[in-house]
Design a binder for this molecule. Structure first.
Ligand SMILES: Cc1cc2nc3c(=O)[nH]c(=O)nc-3n(C[C@H](O)[C@H](O)[C@H](O)COP(=O)(O)OP(=O)(O)OC[C@H]3O[C@@H](n4cnc5c(N)ncnc54)[C@H](O)[C@@H]3O)c2cc1C
Length: 436
């Protein structure tokens, strides 16, 4: 493993504040199931839980490392509105009626997440309150458009755009000229959420195995999935490995490319500092082509994350690199200690929209991937739709699974160059689409 990747495995805020001390066994036998799921992140566990709630409980989840090893245990915990960075990117594939259905789907994720937490009593620090931030008039105009769209999708939600001095009532930074407050969004301790969801899944009778890396799959009416120590034979398979798939199923591996995001968590801060940073104790992101995102935590830390702006590279020292960005937004935190610094890959699709469907010619082999750095809320609705497709079928599964995906050619060989090109393109386009 390269130095960069081993640094990505450093202990992070989530592993250090995990509330569920659960381990699942390694698969060391040959077993049968109705459904086998590969990958123990939000996608694998949420889809399995949806199936179990619908009565399909003979499910096996195989996780190569530990639950939440992937993006699910490394992210910003930001509960944002929508699915896909720009839903209009798929309009040409779904038509007018399809767009209406997608808009409806896209507003459901946060509600599912909160209902699940309530239903199973999950201890995941769910908090309401989100701010989308503009640092110039062009971005403010974009937020005004979003305000109308958000209100149309969720008319009963507390959604309001503020500008000028009032911005300080949403976020304590001089950097922003406008803020769109959306109290339907917020933040969550994503690892605790996942572990609570996994416990709920096991409560329905499903089996989870950790340290059980899948090494091969034989397709057919019954699919056999092998690890080095055991196997599962099942009627249906779900690939839910996102950015950790690593060529094991080349046909879907080709459809995304991994870019990296980096984060820090400060030491716990005094109450008055937290109230100054965030009067709503919420989560935030600006709306630049590559966003800064940050949030407060239950222990009064500030989590702050971002990614490289124009070129794709690994900063030498994640903590110093991220701290510099944090101080641009909150200069008054200059004496604050950084307790954790970490990062992780995010599988991006070409249109930045999540992908679901079946492998070509294999109607019982499903997949989900490509949230493009925006998977906490979306995985909760996308996996509900996917579970419908894996069981009795549904119109919204047909709609989402029919959206075509393109291969990203030579992604392994030219990954940094492809991503740098894409970032430059998005940065320049940002002048025209109101994101810069
Ligand atoms: C640094 C960072 C910050 C982010 N911030 C946010 C945010 O604030 N808000 C937001 O909405 N989204 C965010 N995201 C994105 C979000 O976390 C992901 O989209 C989401 O967690 C993906 O979930 P998943 O289950 O599809 O994949 P993962 O959580 O990556 O899970 C895939 C799992 O598959 C396992 N696996 C892979 N291969 C095998 C195999 N052969 N056998 C067995 N198991 C295997 C892996 O070990 C892994 O645990 C962020 C991502 C990162 C990396």
């Amino acid at each position: 493993m390269s130095d960069h990747l081993s640094r990505l495995d450093a202990i992070n805020y989530y592993t250090a504040t995990k509330k569920y001390d659960v381990q699942y066994p390694r698969l060391v036998q040959d077993i049968e199931a109705d459904v086998v799921v590969i990958g123990g992140g939000f996608s694998g566990i949420n889809t399995a839980l949806e199936l179990a709630e619908a009565g399909i409980t003979n499910i096996v989840v195989l996780e190569g490392r530990h639950l939440g090893y992937g993006g699910t245990g490394r992210n910003g915990g930001q509960v944002m509105a929508g699915i896909g960075h720009d839903i209009n990117a798929v309009s040409k594939h779904v038509g007018e009626e399809g767009m209406k259905a997608l808009f409806q789907i896209s507003s459901l994720g946060a509600g599912i997440l909160r209902d699940r937490v309530a239903k199973y009593g999950i201890d995941a620090d769910v908090h309401r309150g989100y701010g989308y931030l503009a640092s110039n008039r062009r971005q403010e105009r974009t937020l005004r458009k979003w305000e109308k769209e958000f209100r149309a999708a969720e008319p009963d939600e507390d959604i309001a755009l503020v500008s000028g001095a009032e911005v300080q009532q949403v976020v304590g930074s001089d950097r922003y000229c406008a803020a769109l407050k959306h109290m339907g969004g917020g933040h969550v301790h994503s690892l605790n959420l996942l572990l609570g969801e996994a416990q709920a899944l096991v409560g329905h009778g499903a089996r989870i195995f950790e340290n059980s890396q899948v090494v091969s799959v034989e397709y057919g009416d019954r699919i056999t999935v092998r690890t080095n120590a055991g196997s599962v034979r099942a009627s249906k398979l779900l690939w839910a490995c996102d950015s950790f798939l690593n060529r094991l199923e080349p046909s879907i591996y080709a459809r995304t490319i991994e870019t990296y995001s980096f984060q820090i968590a400060t030491e716990p801060l005094p109450d008055e500092t937290i109230r100054r940073i965030s009067p709503i104790c919420g989560a935030y992101s600006d709306i630049a082509p590559v966003i800064n995102y940050f949030r407060t935590t239950a222990e009064h830390r500030l989590l702050f994350g971002s990614a490289t702006r124009w070129l794709e590279y690994f900063p030498k020292d994640y903590a110093t690199w991220s701290r510099k960005l944090m101080l641009e937004v909150f200069p008054y935190l200059k004496d604050v200690r950084i307790d954790f610094a970490w990062g992780g890959p995010m599988a991006c699709s070409a249109n930045l929209f999540p992908q679901i469907g079946t492998l070509e010619g294999r109607p019982n082999a499903f997949f989900v991937q490509g949230y493009s750095g925006f998977g906490v809320t979306p995985s909760h609705i996308v996996c509900k739709v996917l579970a419908e497709g894996m069981s009795e079928g549904s119109a919204r599964y047909d709609l989402m699974s029919a959206i075509p995906h393109i291969d990203i050619i030579a992604k392994d060989r030219f990954r940094p160059a492809i991503l740098s090109g894409a970032k430059i393109w998005h940065q320049v386009a940002g002048f025209f689409n109101g994101r810069r």
